[in-house]
Design a protein around this ligand. Structure first.
Ligand SMILES: Cc1cc2nc3c(=O)[nH]c(=O)nc-3n(C[C@H](O)[C@H](O)[C@H](O)COP(=O)(O)O)c2cc1C
Length: 433
């Protein structure tokens, strides 16, 4: 499963572990001749990096971006772009005590159950450092999002909530309420002294977003945003518009009525039927407290022995400020996909470059599907061999071909074309079996 890749408007493969040599990303499908946004990527990575404030992990990483390929004289060449950040301050000895046990709340137990091997140092691939790749990659879609304004800030950290938001109030926690900022820092200092951690809720407001983004039914805008954001470690829930309040409101309180100036309210948060309405897009997501804490907790070892332990590594008291740039990056990637898909189906006049782009995208999708088919075919072959089953099954092949021909009619595709393609595919997959 290509679960470290995101293949949409741009194709991304992310790699690296917290205490490995480096974290990085390979980005494909970026047009040639675009000015490479190195400065913008540097700024975004600086916002994400540890050690930026009192409540962030004290790990000291410069997170200096290295451009290994795909950029020449400051411009993209159309070739794969490889971006990499070295891990400079990994103190693996801090994690020696975790070697044989599973930290509560972290991914140790589930990774070990799945892969039977786990890089325990700094959380391995389940570390927040993984998100460097996301932030770096999103720098490449900014031009597509011109004019769209994304505001993202916490509205709750631990037990404290913002009551009076002022976006001009800037600080290390991105907390936009002057009135209780002092109270918040005192609260977080106490949590830190305890060796404990807290989570919170982050709000996102996106303005100047065009209507029509998002594609029924599996590429709905809210569904894609939800997946992108919940894929970030420690994010545990998301809501759009009135969100969970919808449960207690009545229909007449939640429907966004219209007059000839447009929508009168925006309870839906700017998305209806998975498609943007042109209203501001609003969502909120919840982040759990940092799992690694310096407080005695019970767990078990790989040998199922009960033990008590405390985390000794360097950890964020609250991950919220570090998740903000990551969530922004994921939102940018999702919006760039939606905008590019919309371009393909919109009735606005397209030019030759747009048509070629559309065809290239489809060809790539075909390649990805063929690659996946080939892999599954190999697995079927292996399974049949191991279970002494007959490799060839002409009956099933004929049935499948008939089914495909039926479907092809719906799309006005010539039956003989389907037969030709199918015969090649079957022949090739038999070679793999
Ligand atoms: C930017 C970022 C930084 C993080 N820093 C830490 C950390 O210092 N210590 C820790 O235990 N977890 C940290 N996490 C959270 C873990 O990665 C996450 O909880 C873990 O992978 C388990 O996944 P889950 O919480 O989504 O189930 C961080 C996550 C992100 C996105």
């Amino acid at each position: 499963m290509k679960s470290n890749s995101y293949n949409k408007y741009i194709g991304i493969t992310a790699f690296g572990e917290s205490h490995g040599k480096a974290i990085g990303v390979v980005i494909e499908d970026v047009k040639a001749g675009i000015a490479f946004p190195i400065e913008e990527i540097r700024i975004a990575l600086n916002e994400r990096k540890p050690g930026r404030g009192t409540f962030s992990s004290s790990r000291k990483e410069s997170d200096t971006i290295q451009v290994l390929s795909g950029v020449f004289e400051g411009k993209t060449t159309g070739m794969p772009i490889c971006l990499m950040v070295n891990n400079e301050d990994a103190r693996s000895k801090d994690y020696e005590h975790l070697k044989d046990l599973f930290r509560p709340g972290h991914a140790d137990f589930s990774y070990f159950s799945k892969f039977k091997i786990y890089d325990y140092r700094g959380g391995g691939r389940a570390s927040g450092r993984e998100t460097i790749s996301r932030v770096a990659a999103a720098g490449l879609v900014t031009d597509v999002l011109a004019g769209i304004n994304i505001k993202i800030y916490p509205i709750k950290i631990g037990k404290l909530e913002t009551t009076d938001i002022d976006h001009t109030f800037l600080n290390e926690l991105s907390w936009h309420d002057r009135k209780n900022f002092g109270e918040l820092t005192k609260y977080l200092s106490d949590v830190k002294t305890e060796g404990n951690s807290v989570g919170g809720i982050i709000e996102v407001m996106i303005s100047n977003i065009p209507a029509g983004l998002g594609d029924p039914v599996f590429e709905k805008l809210d569904a894609n945003l939800a997946k992108a954001i919940v894929s970030i470690g420690a994010v545990k829930g998301i809501e759009f518009g009135e969100g969970f309040k919808f449960a207690e409101l009545k229909g007449n309180e939640t429907n966004d009525q219209m007059d000839n100036n447009g929508f009168i309210t925006n309870k839906s948060g700017g998305i209806l039927g998975g498609i943007s309405t042109g209203n501001n897009l609003s969502l909120r997501f919840v982040v759990k407290p940092t799992p690694s804490i310096n407080i005695l907790q019970k767990t078990i070892t790989k040998g199922n022995k009960e033990v008590s332990f405390r985390s000794l590594g360097r950890h964020d008291t609250c991950i919220i400020p570090r998740i903000i740039p990551v969530a922004k990056a994921m939102i940018k990637l999702v919006l760039a996909d939606a905008i590019s898909y919309q371009k393909l189906i919109s009735s606005d006049k397209l030019n030759l470059i747009d048509y070629r782009e559309a065809i290239d995208k489809i060809d790539e999708d075909i390649l990805i599907a063929l690659g996946r088919r080939q892999k599954i075919s190999e697995l079927i072959g292996k399974f049949k061999q191991e279970n002494n089953l007959q490799i060839e099954n002409r009956n099933r092949e004929e049935k499948l071909l008939l089914g495909l021909k039926e479907k092809a009619k719906l799309w006005n595709i010539d039956e003989s074309l389907i037969t030709k393609i199918w015969q090649i595919i079957i022949l090739e997959s038999k070679k793999k079996q």
